[in-house]
Design a protein around this ligand. Sequence first.
Ligand SMILES: NC(=O)c1ccc[n+]([C@@H]2O[C@H](COP(=O)([O-])OP(=O)(O)OC[C@H]3O[C@@H](n4cnc5c(N)ncnc54)[C@H](OP(=O)(O)O)[C@@H]3O)[C@@H](O)[C@H]2O)c1
Length: 244
Amino acid sequence: MGDVLVTGGTGNLGRVVCEKLREAGHEVRVLSRRPQPGHSVRGDLRTGEGVPAAVEGVDTILHLATAPRGDAEACSRLIAATQPRGPHMIFTSIVGVDRIPLAYYAAKAECERLIETSGLPYTIQRATQFHSLIMRVFHAQRRLPLMFAPTCDFQPVDVHDVADRLVQHVDAGPRERVPDIGGPEIRSGHSLAKAYLGAARRRRRVVNLALPGRVFSSFRAGANLAPDQANGGVTFEEFLAERF
Ligand SMILES: NC(=O)c1ccc[n+]([C@@H]2O[C@H](COP(=O)([O-])OP(=O)(O)OC[C@H]3O[C@@H](n4cnc5c(N)ncnc54)[C@H](OP(=O)(O)O)[C@@H]3O)[C@@H](O)[C@H]2O)c1
């Protein structure tokens, strides 16, 4: 089996992906801005430092690194470093990047376009919000007397389920844009807030919060959901049970 480079291999999703790739017998190399124990290469996609050494000789790149700003430039640097070789580029994007007018999502959509037009063999996997992200929204409010819940639905997915799918892509080879992956349940913000409070054993009134603007109207219209892909996997309650 060939070597796999995982950018973002120290992140929420990346840590689990690296574990599963190693279990499946792959040689895994991690690109990180900080030196890591084991098979890692120090590098920075923002400056390009260390990136050519990181991609050297790998057959597959799982590009999971992300930052609030600069994802498109980082992706472009990574693609440039792969030339003239053509490793399989696997990119994790987000459901609705082309429908929800957030700057962070626009950058992800631009990464998709850069990869599609790069000439590299590629697989693009969009995923819904991770359980950990939804939990953080509620956890951030833990000291408030009330719990605010957005008036839209989410379909949170577990990083272990996304990681399993990404490992399949490594083994299967390039598939271009593949069906989205979503969590097992589509739930209202209100019901997810209640689940968080139940797991954290906190008593708070949940107040629905309808935010104005185009971003929230696209969330309310369900642009962040993959209803045809609610095919099982770890539920939000199961995820929370591991944390509290
Ligand atoms: N969170 C969600 O709900 C969600 C949903 C769908 C899709 N996704 C996508 O899934 C992917 C993984 O998300 P995540 O939540 O697991 O990410 P995360 O935990 O925020 O991790 C970010 C990773 O990016 C790396 N990174 C950041 N800036 C870098 C730079 N300049 N150079 C090199 N590495 C850099 C970090 O590595 P070091 O700090 O070690 O350098 C870290 O490993 C992302 O593409 C994200 O958009 C996320």
